[in-house]
Design a protein around this ligand. Sequence first.
Ligand SMILES: [Fe+2]
Length: 228
Amino acid sequence: MNAINSAYALDIDTCSEQATKVRHSIQGNEPHVFTDIYSEEVNIAIWQRNLSSTLTGSVADFLTEKPRFKASMTVSPQSVLESISESLGTEMSELSENIAELVEMFCCLFELKRVGLRLTVVDSAMCPKFHVDNVPCRLITTFQGVGTEWLPHQVADREKLGRGSNGKSDSESGIYQNEKEIQQLNCGDVALLKGEHWEGNEQTGLVHRSPALGADERRLILTLDFSY
Ligand SMILES: [Fe+2]
């Protein structure tokens, strides 16, 4: 085989290897479901939880009062409660404690000293098209509003990501065959989304997007990322 043919064969091998990689989701009612993110075949781990009515009520009041709220900070498990309480105000102690707990879990799970935290109110889809994140793993949860949408690995046509969509919308690009294949997190669910920078997860990062929002609809979203 000449050099061109062998390079071509290598390309074919790489493509077919990506196509045959198995990835799936895992969900559970307890946070220990997060440890399954270390399984090579898992690219999203979802802790399904219900928010208390007191938390939901205080978040709704907060969004009415601060409809443009945005906070971005680097925190450690030791500093998070003080930092987030300062940002949100003392009347939001239940939300602050909830967030601090998630930061502690995320740091413990990935042996991190610090995380990048973003807590944001959005009134339009931030990332409206399906995409993958160039991070090792991101935690995402929605405290108010509809949750993130995602596609199971086996139904997503990755060649239609980014420029591969040729500027077409998700419903026209062919990234999925049937709208019923689109999955959605519930408000309160906490998900770990494995990205493209997780070793061994190249070409298999979770495909996801922000959900469309109606007029006057707002979401409060928390994301946590690795910080070194
Ligand atoms: Fe994303």
